[in-house]
Design a binder for this molecule. Structure first.
Ligand SMILES: Cc1cc2nc3c(=O)[nH]c(=O)nc-3n(C[C@H](O)[C@H](O)[C@H](O)COP(=O)(O)OP(=O)(O)OC[C@H]3O[C@@H](n4cnc5c(N)ncnc54)[C@H](O)[C@@H]3O)c2cc1C
Length: 392
C-alpha cells in the first residue's frame, strides 16, 4: 500500500484547494456537514454549485474524455473529495447521476442515450433519482413487483416505489421494473429511464425523523415510457442494476471516512468550546472515534491500491459500509453527550449549537445502518461469502 501522493497529485490538491477557497459561495460553506436535499431553494443553490464545479472541470473527473470527463485517475477523485470536505463544501446534488447512472450508461447505454443524458448529468440540468426499492422489495430487491408491459413503441408501467430520495425534485429517475413475471426472480427485470414529469407519476413526500421530507413514495399509474429508454437488454436489468450499485459502493469505499472526519473535527471543536476537553471519558470516546476514522481510511486505501494494481474490489466495500455506519452513530451519540440538552435544538432555534446541524446529524445517523444495504445484510454477506460461515 502506498500512503504518499505523487508531486503531481499534491500540485492538483493545491489547485483544487485554492479554487474552493475562492469559489465556494459563502452561503454553502459549512453546509457539507449535515445538508438537506429536501428544500427546493437549497436544491436550486446546490444545482448552481454543481454547474460551477462542472465549468471548472471538477465534476465527473474520472469519466473518460469522450463523455465529458477528464479521464483523471481515481486518486485525483479522492483528493477532490478530501478537499471538498476540508472546505466544508456540500456534496454534488446529482451524485446518484454522476457516480451511479453515468458510469452505467457509459457501459450499457445506447449512443443516443449517452448523448442525450450524460452531459446534463454533469451540469445538473437533469437531476436524477433512483427508483429501485418497493414496499416489498428492499433488502430483497429482486422481489420487485412494479410491472412494465410493452405496448407498441412504449412500455406501460404500473406499481409503487418507496424511499425515492429527491423524487420530488428530480427531472428523471432510473427505475427497475418487472418485464417478465413468469421468469425466475432475477431474470425478468428491466432497467428504465423515466421522465418524472410523465403523466401517471405521483410523488408523495415521506416526512423523516429529521423533520424534512427528502425521500418519497412514487406511484406509477399507466406511465408510458418510450422503448428507447430501456438500458441494456430486455429482462436483463438485474445485471445493469448490480453494475449501478457497484459503482456507488466502490467510490464510497474510498471516500466514506471523509465526511466522518469532517464531523469528528467539528466534534473536537465543540468539545473544546464547551469546556469538556479535559473530561477523560469524553477524551477516550473521541480517541476511539479518531482511531476508527483512521482504520476506515486505511481500508479505503487498501481497496484503492488493489484497484490501481488492476485487481477487482473485494469485501472492503461491505466492511467499510458496516463499520462506517456504526462509527457514524457512535459519533452522533458522543456529540449528544457533549451537548447535553442542547443537542435537541434544531435549525432556527436561538441557542442551537452549530445552527442545529447536530440535531439533524443525529437523526440522520439512524438511517446509516439502513440505506445502501442494511447492517444485517452486510453481516450476512461478510459471514457467508467472505468467512464461509453456514447460511443458517
Ligand atoms: C435515507 C435513505 C435513503 C434511501 N434512498 C433510496 C433511493 O433513493 N432509492 C431507492 O430505491 N431506495 C432508497 N432507500 C431504500 C434502501 O435501499 C432500503 O431501505 C434498504 O435496502 C432496506 O430495505 P427496506 O427498508 O425495505 O428494509 P427490509 O429489507 O424490509 O428490512 C427490514 C429489516 O429486516 C432485516 N432483514 C431483511 N432481510 C434480512 C435477511 N435476509 N437477513 C437478516 N436480516 C434481514 C433488515 O436488515 C432490516 O433490519 C433509502 C433508504 C434510506 C434509509
Amino acid at each position: 500500500m502506498n500512503f504518499n501522493f505523487t508531486p503531481e497529485e499534491e500540485a492538483f490538491r493545491k489547485e483544487v484547494r485554492s479554487w474552493l477557497e475562492q469559489d465556494l459561495p459563502d452561503d454553502l460553506r459549512g453546509r457539507g456537514f449535515a445538508a438537506s436535499r429536501a428544500d427546493m431553494e437549497e436544491v436550486k443553490r446546490l444545482r448552481a454549485w454543481q454547474k460551477t464545479m462542472h465549468e471548472a472541470g471538477y465534476v465527473g473527473m474520472d469519466w473518460p474524455r469522450e463523455f465529458g470527463g477528464r479521464g483523471a485517475p481515481i486518486t485525483e477523485m479522492v483528493i477532490l473529495y478530501q478537499e471538498m470536505a476540508r472546505a466544508e463544501s456540500p456534496q454534488l446534488v446529482n451524485r446518484g447521476g454522476v457516480s451511479m447512472l453515468g458510469p452505467t450508461l457509459m457501459k450499457f447505454g445506447t449512443p443516443k442515450q449517452q448523448e442525450r443524458f450524460l452531459t446534463k448529468i454533469l451540469t445538473a440540468e437533469d437531476l436524477w433519482c433512483q427508483g429501485f426499492s418497493e414496499p416489498n422489495a428492499g433488502s430483497d430487491l429482486a422481489n420487485l413487483q412494479t410491472r412494465a408491459v410493452r405496448d407498441g413503441d412504449h412500455f406501460v408501467v404500473n406499481g409503487q416505489k418507496v424511499w425515492t430520495s429527491m423524487g420530488h425534485v428530480a427531472d428523471w429517475g432510473f427505475f427497475l421494473v418487472r418485464t417478465d413475471p413468469d421468469a425466475a426472480k432475477h431474470k425478468g427485470i428491466s432497467f428504465l429511464l423515466i421522465d418524472m414529469k410523465t403523466p401517471g407519476i405521483t410523488v408523495r413526500p415521506l416526512r423523516q425523523m429529521t423533520g424534512e421530507a427528502e425521500f418519497n413514495e412514487t406511484f406509477l399509474d399507466n406511465v408510458r415510457v418510450p422503448v428507447e429508454n430501456l438500458v441494456g437488454k430486455l429482462n436483463e436489468g438485474w445485471s445493469v442494476a448490480i453494475t449501478t450499485l457497484a459503482y456507488e459502493r466502490d467510490l464510497l469505499t474510498f471516500i466514506r471516512h471523509i465526511s466522518l472526519r469532517n464531523a469528528l473535527h467539528r466534534l473536537v471543536r465543540l468539545t473544546q468550546a464547551r469546556g469538556r476537553a479535559a473530561d477523560p471519558i469524553v477524551r477516550q470516546k473521541i480517541a476511539q472515534l479518531w482511531i476508527g476514522e483512521q482504520a476506515l481510511q486505511l481500508n479505503g486505501y487498501r481497496s484503492l491500491t488493489k484497484i490501481l494494481r488492476g485487481g477487482a474490489p473485494g469485501p472492503e466495500g461491505s466492511t467499510s459500509k458496516l463499520f462506517w455506519s456504526q462509527l457514524d452513530q457512535e459519533l452522533a451519540q458522543a456529540a449528544t453527550e457533549v451537548l447535553g440538552p442542547y443537542s435537541q435544538l434544531s435549525h432556527g432555534a436561538e441557542r442551537a449549537p452549530d445552527e442545529g446541524q447536530w440535531e439533524f446529524y443525529t437523526s440522520l445517523a439512524m438511517a446509516s445502518g439502513i440505506r445502501a444495504g442494511t447492517s444485517e445484510i452486510l453481516r450476512n454477506i461478510l459471514g457467508e461469502r467472505v468467512l464461509g460461515l453456514p447460511k443458517d
